[in-house]
Write a protein that binds this ligand. Sequence first.
Ligand code: HEM
Length: 370
Amino acid sequence: MKKPYPPIYYSEYLHLEKLLTSQSPKSDEYGQPAHDEMLFIIIHQAYELWFKQILHELDSVLEMFLEDNVDEKNIGIAVSRLRRITTIQKVLIDQLNIIETMTPLDFLEFRDFLIPASGFQSYQFRLIENKLGLNPESRVKLDNKNYYTLVSDEHQKMLIDSQNTISILEGVDKWLSRIPFLKTEGFDFWNYYKDAVAKLIENEKEIITNNPSLTDEKREKQLKEFENTKEKFEALLDEEKHYELVKKGLKRFSYRSTLAALFINLYRDEPILHLPFRFLTYLVDIDELFTTWRYKHSLMVHRMIGAKVGTGGSSGHHYLMETAEKHKVFKDLFDLSTYLIPRSALPALPAELKLKLGFNYTANLNSENI
Ligand code: HEM
């Protein structure tokens, strides 16, 4: 049988001609060849290729959240795409070791030729940040300017568009706010949780108060810490307080979404909640891995340029450390751990709800179907 498609040559398929002629060291152009500039170019290009793949995965996940009703079948696909992103991120972190084989002195051979170009202008990196849902208000400013004023007009438009389009954070917030099960007939998760927390808090206070091995001073200190935890729980238990934190930019999820995420985390062992739990966990992983990359990049920059300013004009590693602290996206999900209570303190779910949350095929089968 004749093959329906024309034969294709490996190099053509991969456009290797284009790819492998896309390295033009400036040091060669200016007649002062610097051996390590090739590595510097290739490593940045390799990063940009992986950024492209991350964007490809993020766009496909975003599409699933565009509809008003997320098709639950898609959560499994989203989980596998997010997992792929985290696997790529681990490679991105490791790749920094390659650039560290270049010494600071070797970098100086060609550094000045690059000014004012900088990774700061990587529009794909910024697109990833925006598509994940980095809050524009949290961005660390360079010279008091918006980050997008430092890229070309074409890239600026792409960045502003991505900022005005739904992000993963917003999509997840919408999806969580519609999750059922929080309140069904005869069950109100919130009341269950509040009771369990009240008992837990009372128990903890009693343990501190009656602990014979504590000195008065230590007991007082522990009771103070206990009051802090209690206050944090109270902020969660109070919708108004929650929205005060939203106004201050300290929380971004709606109150209902926060409760839904908490419910998923607490009852993750129920079969239907397992995939949503993994989905939320991968979002935290992605955030943590980007933060790890930012720290490692900042340390690498410190040893490479010391206290000098960056080619893009920032304060160098000080600026980068600040972004590592402030550019987290899913803080709401990180913070959830504050409100977790041990499984043993969790109220058992009513039998009817448990059935709804399980894969209860066998329970529904009658003997004729077996
Ligand atoms: C010799 C190696 C490197 C040095 C000295 C360096 C230095 C810097 C500095 C100083 C900044 C802050 C902006 C500025 O003032 O320029 C920056 C930002 C950045 N660099 Fe690098 N970098 C290096 C390698 C890389 C590599 C291999 C990548 C991979 C893509 C990268 C990606 C970025 C990104 C994405 C930013 C923006 C970070 C943010 O604003 O949060 N850099 N770099």
